[in-house]
Design a protein. Structure first.
Length: 72
């Protein structure tokens, strides 16, 4: 199963790292909070984990099915 990612909007600080690293998967909403683009391309699991680990606020959450993965 491929991992999926979600953005916790209450934690996001709008650093833009995810948007700049994966612009086909992330964008800013009208409040400048990162969000996952619906129907965006799937990234390799390792890429999702790397993005989540480098998010300065920890807003990116990675899931394997319904189970949240501890990225650290």
């Amino acid at each position: 199963m491929t991992y999926r990612v979600e953005v916790d909007p209450d934690v996001c600080i709008s650093s833009g790292m995810c948007v700049s690293e994966a612009p086909d998967l992330f964008r800013f909403d009208s409040d400048d909070i990162a969000e996952v683009i619906p129907d965006g391309p799937a990234l390799p699991d390792a890429a999702l984990l790397r993005l989540a680990r480098t998010c300065p606020s920890g807003a990116l959450q990675v899931f394997d099915g319904d189970a949240k993965i501890d990225v650290f």
